[in-house]
Design a protein around this ligand. Structure first.
Ligand SMILES: [Zn+2]
Length: 288
């Protein structure tokens, strides 16, 4: 089972769709961050959301999705690249209490209020940022609110994370369907009815969650247009830490050198520790 993103089109109805299977990436995130079940399931959904959002980008860019909430999860963040790499983290890794399936399932973790923000890299070092208030306290439904409020595009989204026999992330997948400018809104509404129940059923049934099979099962009528391999990857490096340090300025770096003799930073996405030695900091100062 490989993580994949499939883009598809139903030309006669003027509808486009993206289907993302991110089970392996979500498991990787759980392992790296040592997440308890519910923290892992919520991060899995946000990773899926990141993959679906980046599938709408035109070029080799990236999308960040951030959720802030007043529940015990407190928040989570995902960075998704158009090349298929995904990474993310949650603020509280130890959540294990899940509500029953249905509209209240994630409320024990997410609480009663918060924000969902999307930051899109639109190239040329330009960014587009937009936020909506959380209303449903359910990532899929609140993502639909985001599309309605921020992008004014009729969109239906389903995110499914289903337990497997021996682990919490049995299957993690999502689907996004949009009407093209002259698309059939009625057909979109019809497709949206029960979309998440059907996706959950397919995911729970352990049906072969390959993107193409999922597309055929879930959205008959759509023709696959392109496929992209998805996976967890962090591109952090010592070089990036040094770049961040050099932005501090000469006086601060000299102070850092005098007081601490160097600097160390742990990557919040993968936990890897990067160290800048005294020699590194001296070289940075000399270069400024
Ligand atoms: Zn990293």
């Amino acid at each position: 089972m490989t993580d994949r993103l499939v883009r598809a089109l139903w030309a006669e109805k003027g509808l486009s769709a993206s289907i993302a299977v991110v089970t392996q990436a979500a498991r990787e995130g759980q392992k790296l961050h040592g997440l308890h079940d519910v923290s892992a399931m919520l991060l899995g959904q946000l990773l899926t959301a990141g993959a679906l959002l980046v599938s709408l980008q035109k070029d080799q860019t990236r999308v960040n999705v951030q959720l802030e909430c007043d529940g015990p999860l407190r928040g989570m963040f995902v960075d998704a690249g158009a090349d298929g790499y995904l990474r993310g983290y949650v603020k509280n890794p130890s959540l294990a209490v899940e509500g029953h399936h249905g509209p209240m399932r994630w409320r024990p973790a997410l609480g009663n209020s918060g924000f969902l923000s999307v930051l899109k890299d639109v190239g040329e070092a330009d960014y587009y940022r937009s936020s909506v208030e959380l209303k449903a306290m359910d990532p899929a439904v609140d993502l639909e609110h985001y599309f309605a409020a921020s992008e004014q595009v009729a969109t239906r989204i389903a995110l499914a994370v289903e337990r497997g026999p021996d682990q919490p992330l049995g299957a993690v997948a999502g689907v996004l369907v949009q009407a093209l400018p002259n698309g059939d809104r009625g057909a979109l509404e019809q497709l949206g009815q029960g979309l998440s129940a059907r996706l959950e059923q397919l995911a729970a049934g352990g049906a072969s969650l390959e993107g193409d099979a999922l597309l055929a099962n879930l959205l008959p009528g759509f023709t696959p247009m392109s496929t992209l391999a998805l996976g967890w990857r962090c591109n952090c490096s010592k070089e990036r830490v040094l770049n961040a340090l050099s932005a501090m300025g000469k006086a601060e770096l000299e102070q850092l050198l005098a007081e601490k003799g160097g600097a160390a930073a742990s990557c919040q996405f993968c936990g890897k520790r990067h160290e800048a030695t005294a020699e590194d900091v001296k070289a940075l100062i000399a270069g400024l």
